[in-house]
Design a protein around this ligand. Structure first.
Ligand SMILES: O=C(O)CCC(=O)C(=O)O
Ligand SMILES: [Fe+2]
Length: 476
């Protein structure tokens, strides 16, 4: 391993330690009179309610009545909603057939979740919760590994509320490390507190968990009792900025940011790293909802709304004064840049060149699939470690334009569990959005300029990789 590769490798390890998948969970004591759930059957001629704050708790007869108005829960396999009880066994009730008194905003649940999920994001972005459905998991109910289908480009996360009922099993397992949300135990604890009239009452608590929707998750079988959940889709809406750009709100740096800033500064101060300047690229950890047909600009779409560790990298690069761009990355085979310019995706080691583009087209699906191929990991790593690989940018007509040296620092989607779920299993049929794999890039000047002892433009323009290095940074 060359000296450069060794420093890239150790820097890569440092970053990856900081990029953990973020999720959040907790409990909330239900206040009497504020935790009823009303429901109706399909025709609306039968209605009922359950008071989850009732001091006596909720009994199985009440839950069986709720089940009697529910339907078997389907899930999405590709573009279809399917009923397959070997993959998902549960009941569901659409949002149109129930209402809950629970207010996730005034209870503070939503702001707690926002703080965790948008930790490094823009402080002006809001987290909007849309009630999705209610599910009941009875004895033997479960939901095998899946991701939550993106409903819209802004869909960021899923919030699951587990209401207090006595049950066993039905844990939510999340991500590669199978983080466990043991909701049965969390809701089993109740507290006695004094009501205003001095009488002691039992307060029951709900449990909640929120996680980025592209993280693979599953619900283990319920062993006894009924597990009742209300789920919300959480959308990150970009903040409007009616004020001048000087009126920004900047949140103080977190320890992870401080560590990464120092590491990045030290790394880029090494003269052997991109000596003539070029692009530093990061494969994003998370998948992002993309509408392949929309042909939208991914940089504009995702700038400032990245998830978890991806947002951490973005914020650190911005802090260091670099302009960050979100891009799609394609590989092209030699000789395949004919007039049709249809991207052809092949194994990384057979690529002639890599292309960075602002557009994500349906061919990027194949690109994402390629990452999933068996044994692809090794090739991918080797490529990702390669220094001085080149990228070109694609113009809107699909023709290549300028070349730049690129140094890849993190592998894409490496924290995600089995990638098959992204293609095959969603909690709903796909609705025109797919999870796409993206990269983040920053352009860095040559080593002399970085070390503060060179001319602004750099002296060494003959590296041979940048055939048009005088172009503005907007051009890659
Ligand atoms: O109930 C849970 O904990 C998660 C449910 C879920 O994954 C879903 O409904 O998509
Ligand atoms: Fe799910």
């Amino acid at each position: 391993m060359s000296g450069t590769q060794a420093s890239v490798f150790s820097f890569q390890q440092k970053i990856e330690q900081l990029l953990v998948t973020r999720h959040c969970s907790g409990t909330y004591n239900l206040e009497p009179g504020k935790a009823r759930l009303f429901y109706s059957n399909k025709s609306g001629d039968k209605v009922g309610f359950i008071d989850f704050a009732s001091p006596n708790g909720v009994d199985n007869t009440q839950l069986e009545d709720l089940v009697s108005v529910c339907e078997p829960a389907k899930f999405g396999r590709g573009n279809e909603d399917v009923l397959d009880e070997s993959y998902r066994k549960a009941w569901k009730l659409d949002a149109s057939r129930f209402a809950t008194q629970l207010d996730i905003a005034s209870s503070g649940i939503l702001s707690t979740v926002r703080e965790a999920l948008l930790q490094y994001g823009n402080s002006r972005h809001t987290l909007e919760a849309h009630l999705d459905k209610m599910n009941v998991y009875g004895p033997g109910s479960f939901f095998k590994p899946h991701v939550d289908t993106p409903r819209d480009r802004d869909m960021l996360a899923t919030l699951v509320i587990v209401l207090p009922t006595e049950h066993e099993g039905g844990d939510l397992l999340l991500g590669e490390e199978k983080w466990q949300f043991n909701s049965a135990e969390m809701v089993s604890k109740s507290e006695n507190s004094l009501a205003t009239d001095g009488i002691e009452v039992t307060m029951h608590r709900l449990a909640f968990a929120a996680f980025y929707s592209d993280i693979e998750h599953e619900v283990t079988p319920v062993k006894s009792g009924y597990r009742v959940t209300v789920t919300y889709n959480l959308y990150c809406r970009k903040g409007q900025d009616p004020l001048s750009s000087r009126a920004r709100i900047d949140i103080a740096l977190s320890p992870a940011e401080v560590t990464l800033i120092a590491a990045m500064k030290a790394f880029l101060s090494r003269p052997e790293i991109l000596p003539s300047g070029g692009i530093v690229g990061f494969g994003l950890t998370h998948f992002y909802p993309i509408e392949p047909k929309a042909d939208e600009d991914v940089d504009r779409a995702f700038e400032g709304v990245l998830k978890g560790g991806d947002a951490l990298i973005e914020r650190v690069c911005q802090y260091l004064g670099y302009k960050v761009k979100v891009k799609a990355l394609y590989g092209y085979e030699e000789g395949n840049m004919g007039s049709s310019d249809t991207p052809s995706v092949r194994r990384m080691d057979s690529y002639h060149s890599m292309y960075l583009t602002n557009r994500y087209t349906s061919s990027m699906d194949e690109y994402a699939e390629r990452v999933d191929q068996e044994n692809a990991e090794e090739d991918w790593k080797a490529y990702w470690l390669e220094t001085g690989a080149q990228v070109k940018s694609l113009t809107d007509t699909g023709r290549s334009s300028r070349r730049k040296a690129v140094l890849w620092l993190t592998r894409p989607n490496w924290l995600m569990a089995s990638k098959t779920a992204y293609m095959a299993y969603g909690n709903e049929a796909s609705m025109g959005y797919v999870y796409g794999s993206l990269v983040l890039t920053v352009e860095v000047p040559d080593a002399k300029t970085r070390l503060g002892n060179g001319e602004e433009e750099g002296e060494n323009g003959d590296e041979g990789q940048a055939d048009d290095s005088s172009e503005s940074e907007e051009d890659y």
